[in-house]
Write a protein that binds this ligand. Structure first.
Ligand code: ATP
Ligand code: MG
Length: 600
C-alpha cells in the first residue's frame, strides 16, 4: 500500500483524553478514532492488526477441533429470563444494553452468549453420541461498562472470541478446558506477548474453575500474585495465602481498657503498643439481595488484614437461598445515612465487639433480624487478643474465644492476599505482585445454564441428563492494545512482528529525487512479489517526518533508499532495537523476508 493513497493521519500532540501509553499511541498513530464514550472506530491499520489476531485465534481454535459460527447480537429477553440473568444484567449495575422493539418485545444486545448457545444446544443436541462439541465465534460484544476507559481496553463495544463447549460428563469438560488452556498459551505466544495464566474468580458468569490469561504490563487494571517457583499465580480477587504469624500478645488477662480516639486499627495498635496481628477487627457490611432483603453482615478479621470484596460477594451469594434470594444487588459498608434506615440505636463504630447484639437492628419487614456473622480464618487461632468493647472509647484485651466471646459458626476465607504473604502450597515461598491486563478467561461452567434452561441430552443408559458446559473468551481488541502497552518506546509503537499491520515500510526520503524514487518503487514491487506485507512512503513530506511516522506507527522493518544507494545499498532499520545496517539492494528483500519468517 502507498501512503500517498491511504488515509494516513498522525498526531504530534498527546491527546488529552488518553491516560495510558497504549491508548495515546494508538490515537496518535491513527489506528483508532474515538466516536463516543467507550466507542472507537478501527481505522484501516488497526483493522489489519485485529484481523491478524483473529486469524491466529481462529487457527488455534480450529486446531483443537472447535467449529466457528456466528450468533445473533440481538437477543430476546426471554432467554435471559430463563437463565435468571435478565434482571442482574439489565438492572442497577448490570451491563447489558436493552431495548424494546416495535412489537413491544424486550431485547438485549449481547454482552456474552451463554443463553443463545444453550438454546441452540437444547434444540440440537439429543444424544451423548453428538458430544463433545465446541462452538466459537469472533464478534462484536456490547457492554454498558460503568467506567469505559483506556481506549480499547474497556470499551462499550469490543471484539471478542467466545467459545462454548458441551459435554456428557465433567471429565470431558476438563479435557476441553485443558485443550483451551493450551490453545490460549499458543495464541498469546504467537502474538508475541509476555503473559501469565492465573487462577481467577468466576464472577457473575458462574461455574466452578476458571483461569485468566494476563498480559503483563504496568498499566494493567488487575493485580496478580505469584510465586517465583512458578507453581502458583492468581488474580488478587481470588488469591489465597498464609498471613504472617501473629505476634505475641502483651496481654495475659481479660480486661476492659479506656482507649479514647482509637477508631482505626493503626491508632489502637499505637495506643496499646501492640501489633495489629493480635487485634480482631469487626467490620460491618450491608448486603441487598435481589428480593429486596437487606442483611447486615458482621465480619471478624485480623487487624492487619483487609476484606476481599470479591471473596465476600461469593460467600454472600452462596448464602442467598437462606434469605430466599438468588443473587446480590449491592454490597456496601453502610454510611451514616444507610445506617439510619435500619439501626435501632447508634452503633459503637470503631469499638464493635464480636458479640454486637442483634437489637441494634430495628424490626422491619425487609431487614434480616439478626447479623450474619462471618469469621475469617485469620482470627480463629488468636489468643489473648484485643477487640472492641461495644462501647465508644473502650476496648477489651487478653480476650479468648470460648472464654469471653463465642466464635461464630460460619468460617470463611475472605481475607485479601498481599505481596509478601507466604504461599499455601509451600510456605517458604512468598507471594510477589505484578500488574496485568486480562486478555482471556476460560471457565468450567458445569451444568448451571443447561439446568436453568433445560438443555438435556440422553446418556448411554438412555436417561436424560443436563449438558456439562465450558466457556472461553478472548478480548481480541483488548489484546491488540495490550500488545502496545507491553511494547513501545519514546518514539512510538513496537508491534510484535506477527500482529504488525505491515511488516516493512520502504521510505523514499525525497520523492523528487528520481533515482531514489525509482529504487523505492522497485523494492516496493519486489517485496510485494515476495509476499511481504509492505508500505511505500511516497508522500510529499520531509524525510524527518517520514522517519518519525514510521517509528510512531511501529512497522517492524524500515528500508530507506537514501545516500548509500550510490554504493548499491539501502539502509535497513529494525524498529525494536533501532539497529541500522546497509544491505546490498539485490539481497535486501530476501534478508528482510527471512527476518520476518523467523519472528512469526
Ligand atoms: P473484566 O474483568 O476486565 O471486566 P470480564 O471478566 O467481564 O472482564 P469476560 O466476560 O471474561 O470479561 O470476557 C472475556 C474477555 O473479553 C476478557 O478476558 C477481556 O479480554 C475481554 N473484555 C471484557 N470486557 C471488555 C471490554 N469492556 N472491552 C474490551 N474487552 C473486554
Ligand atoms: Mg473476567
Amino acid at each position: 500500500m502507498r501512503l500517498n493513497e491511504m488515509l494516513f493521519v498522525t498526531l504530534r500532540e498527546i491527546p488529552a483524553e488518553a491516560e495510558i501509553p497504549s491508548h495515546q499511541l494508538l490515537l496518535r498513530a491513527g489506528y483508532i478514532r474515538r466516536i463516543g464514550s467507550g466507542l472507537y472506530a478501527y481505522m484501516p491499520l488497526m483493522w489489519r492488526v485485529l484481523q491478524k489476531i483473529a486469524q491466529i485465534v481462529r487457527e488455534e481454535m480450529d486446531a483443537t477441533g472447535a467449529q466457528e459460527c456466528l450468533l445473533p447480537q440481538l437477543q430476546p429477553a426471554q432467554l435471559w429470563q430463563e437463565s435468571g440473568r435478565w434482571d442482574t444484567y439489565t438492572k442497577a449495575e448490570g451491563i447489558m444494553f436493552s431495548l424494546t422493539d416495535r412489537s413491544d418485545r424486550e431485547l438485549g444486545l449481547g454482552p456474552t452468549h451463554e443463553e443463545v448457545i444453550t438454546t441452540i444446544a437444547r434444540e440440537t443436541i439429543r444424544s451423548y453420541r453428538q458430544l463433545p462439541l465446541n462452538l466459537y465465534q469472533i464478534q462484536t460484544k456490547f457492554r454498558d461498562e460503568i467506567r469505559p476507559r483506556f481506549g480499547l481496553m474497556r470499551g462499550r463495544e469490543f471484539i471478542m472470541k467466545d467459545a462454548y463447549s458441551f459435554h456428557a460428563d465433567e471429565a470431558s469438560l476438563k479435557q476441553t478446558y485443558q485443550a483451551m488452556d493450551e490453545a490460549y498459551r499458543k495464541i498469546m505466544t504467537r502474538c508475541g506477548l509476555e503473559f501469565r495464566p492465573v487462577d481467577a474468580d468466576s464472577g457473575a458468569i458462574g461455574g466452578s474453575g476458571s483461569q485468566e490469561f494476563m498480559i503483563l504490563a504496568d498499566a494493567g487494571e488487575d493485580e496478580i500474585l505469584y510465586t517465583e517457583d512458578g507453581k502458583y499465580a492468581a488474580n488478587t480477587e481470588k488469591a489465597v495465602s498464609l498471613p504472617p504469624d501473629m505476634e505475641k500478645s502483651p496481654f495475659s488477662s481479660y480486661e476492659k481498657l479506656a482507649t479514647p480516639n482509637t477508631e482505626t486499627i493503626a491508632l489502637l495498635a499505637e495506643t496499646l503498643n501492640c501489633s495489629p496481628t493480635i487485634i480482631v477487627k469487626n467490620v460491618l457490611y450491608e448486603v441487598v439481595y435481589d428480593n429486596g432483603m437487606i442483611v447486615l453482615v458482621l465480619i471478624n478479621i485480623r487487624g492487619d488484614r483487609d476484606v476481599n470484596q470479591v471473596k465476600l460477594t461469593n460467600e454472600l451469594t452462596k448464602l442467598a437461598p437462606q434469605y430466599q434470594a438468588k443473587t446480590i444487588i449491592s454490597l456496601t459498608v453502610p454510611d451514616a445515612t444507610a445506617q439510619k434506615k435500619w439501626a435501632a440505636k447508634s452503633l459503637p463504630l470503631g469499638y464493635i465487639a464480636p458479640n454486637l447484639d442483634d437489637d441494634y437492628i430495628s424490626t422491619s419487614k425487609n431487614v434480616a433480624k439478626q447479623f450474619l456473622r462471618l469469621v475469617d480464618h485469620t482470627v480463629v487461632d488468636l489468643q489473648n487478643f484485643v477487640t472492641g468493647a461495644n462501647e465508644v472509647g473502650y476496648h477489651v484485651v487478653g480476650v479468648n474465644w470460648g472464654e469471653n466471646f463465642t466464635l461464630a459458626e460460619l468460617k470463611v476465607d475472605i481475607q485479601q492476599a498481599k505481596a509478601g504473604d507466604r504461599a499455601i502450597h509451600d510456605p517458604s515461598q512468598t507471594l510477589v505482585s505484578a500488574r496485568g491486563i486480562e486478555a482471556g478467561h476460560i471457565f468450567q461452567l458445569g451444568t448451571k445454564y443447561s439446568e436453568a434452561m433445560g438443555a438435556n441430552f440422553t446418556n448411554e443408559q438412555g436417561k436424560p441428563e443436563p449438558l456439562w458446559m465450558g466457556c472461553y473468551g478472548i478480548g481480541v481488541s483488548r489484546l491488540a492494545q495490550a500488545a502496545v502497552e507491553q511494547s513501545y518506546d519514546q518514539d512510538g509503537i513496537i508491534w510484535p512482528v506477527a500482529i504488525a499491520p505491515y511488516h516493512v515500510i520502504v521510505i523514499v526520503p525525497n520523492i523528487s529525487d528520481a533515482e531514489k524514487m525509482t529504487a523505492g518503487e522497485k523494492l516496493y514491487q519486489e517485496f510485494k512479489q515476495a509476499g511481504v506485507e509492505v508500505l511505500l512512503d511516497d508522500r510529499q513530506e520531509r524525510a524527518g517526518v517520514k522517519f518519525k511516522d514510521s517509528e510512531l506507527v511501529g512497522i517492524p522493518y524500515r528500508v530507506v533508499t537514501g545516500r548509500s544507494l550510490s554504493a548499491g545499498k539501502v539502509e535497513v532499520v529494525k524498529r525494536a532495537t533501532k539497529e541500522t545496517q546497509d544491505l546490498p539492494i539485490e539481497s535486501v528483500v530476501a534478508t528482510v523476508k527471512q527476518w520476518i519468517e523467523e519472528n512469526i
